[in-house]
Design a protein around this ligand. Structure first.
Ligand code: ADP
Length: 175
């Protein structure tokens, strides 16, 4: 019997995680960029870019999957978050869609454990509290109805972000 919670908060570099899939906060070109996207492309190696070139980009709120190449993770799910523009441009729906699209692809590829970065909260400037609430609510609703993925890791890059996630997860458990 495995008692570990299905939603976990870790502080780590997502490129180091040996999980079935890590999610990349990519841009619409899928050809690499800054932040977590740059870190993933550097760690996975040039072969990732070759596969990404065949994918013809990705729309905001959608997701595409590749192999993990030199990463310890088996797959990379690339999703494109919205740029924060004040909240009136459908940002919340698009961000939620990043999480559901990624989870659907993970389930379709038999991924049991998936790690997410805090999508859109870096250079795309989505307010962290809001983005975290959407991430935690959307993931929890999805996995409540499905067997796969079994475990979701919110992989935070710093203590402050991890604390925001821990509070959101605790609020969820209190109902
Ligand atoms: P976006 O363009 O979607 O805003 P960023 O990469 O700028 O994406 O930032 C998204 C989040 O990823 C930020 O909270 C940033 O601190 C975090 N991040 C950056 N590098 C890593 C990494 N190697 N592992 C995990 N999270 C990371």
């Amino acid at each position: 019997m495995n008692d570990s919670p299905r939603i976990q908060v870790h502080i780590d570099d997502i490129t180091k995680l040996a999980v079935d899939a890590i999610v990349n906060a990519a841009n619409t070109s899928l050809l690499g960029g800054g932040g977590v996207d740059g870190a993933i492309h550097r760690a996975a190696g040039r072969e990732l870019e070759f596969e990404c070139r065949m994918l013809n980009g990705c729309k905001i709120g959608e997701a595409k999957i590749t192999k993990g190449y030199k990463l310890p993770a088996r797959h990379i799910i690339h999703t494109v978050g919205p740029v924060w523009q004040g909240g009136g441009k459908g940002e919340a729906e698009l961000l939620a869609s990043c999480y559901t699209s990624s989870l659907e692809l993970a389930a379709a590829n038999d991924c049991r454990t998936v790690a997410f970065p805090a999508i859109s909260t870096g250079v795309y400037r989505y307010p962290k509290d809001e983005a975290t609430r959407i991430a935690v609510d959307t993931v929890s609703r999805f996995i409540g109805e499905k067997k796969l993925p079994e475990t979701i890791i919110f992989c935070c890059f710093d203590d402050q972000t991890a604390e925001i996630y821990r509070q959101a997860v605790a609020a969820l458990r209190k109902g």
